[in-house]
Design a protein around this ligand. Structure first.
Ligand code: FES
Ligand SMILES: [Fe+2]
Length: 371
């Protein structure tokens, strides 16, 4: 079902029947005074390149202590960093290591394959019941995500599954910023057009279409113009159309067309709760090869085409980071306001929150019933 949300409809008039939550539950969720720190969904873990480079990564992710590694066939395992034998920490600081694609526990040498199953021990056959608690993963061209479900429930929906065209696209620039925040608050920026003008100084901000929602997916389009000063004297004007595809609160993908140079760009904004207070906001960007720039961009025309996109990507990634740092000043100090006093120019804040409510399902009791 494809649903369009009327900009001023607030929470009324939206059909919930296909979303597994009742209208009343949604209203309660969006008007609750605080946000649960771990909304259900897919959250970024690491890039495949970072996993392969490090061998074994340990991190705090969605309030969980996890390890991540890959076997020789490229299967990635994201698992709780606790050994099911006698509870040793499996991270590299405690002596955990990967040997022949298996994670080896530093305490008694249990070995785990990329499904989390214990497949060997040094002195006895592997106990069948020894299995790590693993998280389901999803790979988007080398970006590894894992599913975090309320009460450990399995994935309820998927991230995009169609292969991402890579022909002519440069490598990713990846940067992670950590600050106090919540993924709903950072994602809300995608529909908060007023802040684009006020915080980031964009001009001509315009929304060509209304935000639309289809189950766990939300699409928001906007156009803007942006003037940047480079090297203190050169003024550049960017004229941008951005389509933001949101899949839950951990995954926002922005498809960007810059008209004055004639450039296509991809930007992922990936918010991941760390511990209930801090979040990691990972920015991933990619620019498509620019064969015939419409205008000269800091000497762009003089560079051979294969060098243009990586260079522009570095520049754009810095710009994105600068923008996000402007937001971080606000995000890191703000409070969630469940009953915001909105004005006409705010538009779609409440329909966005109504969409978000599906990511806070009721916890289940041990019999699987909603409590
Ligand atoms: S605690 Fe891991 S092998 Fe014993
Ligand atoms: Fe922003």
């Amino acid at each position: 079902m494809h649903m369009e949300v009327q900009p001023d409809s607030g929470v009324a008039g939206v059909d919930d029947r296909e979303r597994g939550t009742t209208a009343t539950q949604r209203r309660q969720a969006i008007l609750a005074p605080g946000l649960s720190p771990f909304p259900e969904g897919w959250y970024f873990v690491a890039s495949r390149q970072a996993v392969q480079r490090a061998g074994l990564i340990q991190k705090s992710w969605m309030g969980e202590n996890i390890v991540v590694w890959s076997d020789a066939d490229g299967r990635i395992c994201v698992a709780e960093a606790i050994c099911p034998h006698l509870g040793a920490d499996l991270g590299p600081d405690a002596g955990g290591r990967v040997c022949d694609g298996r994670l080896v526990c530093p305490f008694h040498g249990y070995e785990f394959d990329a499904t989390g199953q214990c497949v060997a021990t040094p002195f006895a056959p592997a106990p069948r019941t020894a299995k790590l608690r693993v998280f389901e993963t999803h790979d988007i061209h080398g970006l590894i995500f894992a599913w975090w479900g309320v009460d450990g429930r399995p994935p309820q929906w998927t991230l995009p599954t169609e292969p991402l065209e890579q022909d002519g696209w440069c490598n990713y620039e990846i940067e992670t910023l950590r600050f106090p925040g919540h993924p709903q608050e950072t994602t809300e920026n995608s529909v908060d057009l007023a802040h684009l003008r006020y915080v980031h100084g964009y001009d001509n901000v315009d929304r060509p279409e209304r935000m639309s929602v289809e189950g766990h997916r939300l699409l928001s389009n906007f156009n803007f113009r942006r003037v940047r000063t480079i090297a203190r004297f050169a003024k550049l004007t960017f004229s941008v159309s951005a389509k933001t595809h949101i899949y839950g609160l951990g995954y926002s993908f922005v498809d960007i067309r810059e008209h004055s140079i004639g450039m296509n760009m991809r930007l992922w904004v990936l918010a991941t709760p760390v511990d209930g207070k801090l979040i990691d906001l990972t920015l991933v960007s990619q620019v498509r090869e620019i064969r015939k720039p419409r205008r000269l961009f800091v000497g762009l025309g003089f560079l051979p085409p294969p060098l243009r996109a990586p260079l522009i990507n570095k520049f754009m990634a810095l710009q994105q980071k600068e923008d996000v740092l402007q937001d971080v000043v606000i995000w890191g100090r703000k409070q969630y306001t469940s009953r915001p006093r909105l004005c006409r120019s705010d538009g779609e804040i409440m329909p966005f929150r109504y969409y978000c409510a599906q990511f806070y399902p009721e916890p289940c009791d041990s019999n699987g019933a909603a409590t």
